[in-house]
Design a protein around this ligand. Sequence first.
Ligand code: URA
Length: 251
Amino acid sequence: MALVRLDKALSDQGMWSRKDVKSLVRKGRVAVNGCPETDPGRKVDRQEDRVTVDGREIALKEHLYLMLHKPAGVVSATRDVRERTVVDLVPPQLRRPGLFPAGRLDKDTTGMMILTDDGELAHRILSPRSHVPKTYIARLDRPVTEEMVRAFAAGIPLKGEGECLPATLRVRGEQEGEVTICEGMYHQIKRMFAVCGATVLTLKRISMGGLALDPALAEGACRELTAEELELLERRTPPEIGEIAQGGEAD
Ligand code: URA
C-alpha cells in the first residue's frame, strides 16, 4: 500500500496545480470515499481510495504512459524555444507535469515514441543492458544487400564509439530494410548504413520491446497505453512481423 498526500495525488493528474488543489480541498469540493475532506495533507492510497472532485471520480494514477505517432519535423524534447516538440503534440487532457519522451528520434524520423513521467521505466527500456529491441523501417538510396545484413549481424563499427551490438537487418523491399537494434546511439541507424555506403532517405520506428506502433494512431496523435501494452513494452522480443506489417510502411 503506497500512501501519498491528497494534494500531490490530485495535482499529479495534471488538471490542477498543487495550489489549486489545496484551494479545492479547503472549499470542501474534494471527497475521499464519499466523505468531504478539508486537509490537503491527508494521506490516500492511490489504488484503494475513491477520490472525487465536485462529485466526479478522479483516477489517481501514479504515472502516465503515452504512445505517440511522431511526425517528421518535430523534435524529441520536452521544451524548445524554436521548434515544436513531441510534448507540444500532447492534448491538454493528457498532459501532466514531468512528461518527457523516453528516448530520442531525429527530427526527420517518424513513428513510435513513448512519453511518460516514469523515469525508471524510461531507463529500463532505453538501457542497452535491458536488451529491449527497437525496430525501424529504413528506405535507402540503394538496394539492401546480403553483405549489409551480414555486417549488421556482426556489429557495425561506429567512429569513436566502437562496435555496435549485433543488429538484425531484414530485406523488406529492394531499397527498404527492417532494422532491429537494442541501443540508441546518436543517429545510430543512419550511421550504420553510412558505414555500408548507403544513405537513409526515410526512417520510421515501428516497435519498441514487444509493442508495435498502433496502425490506427494517425501521425501526430497519441493515446494512453493499456496495462497489457505496458508489459509488452519491456519484452525482449519484437512483435511478430505480421503484427507490425500494417503499421510499418516507411514514410
Ligand atoms: N537511428 C537514427 O539514425 N535516427 C533515429 O531517429 C533513430 C535511430
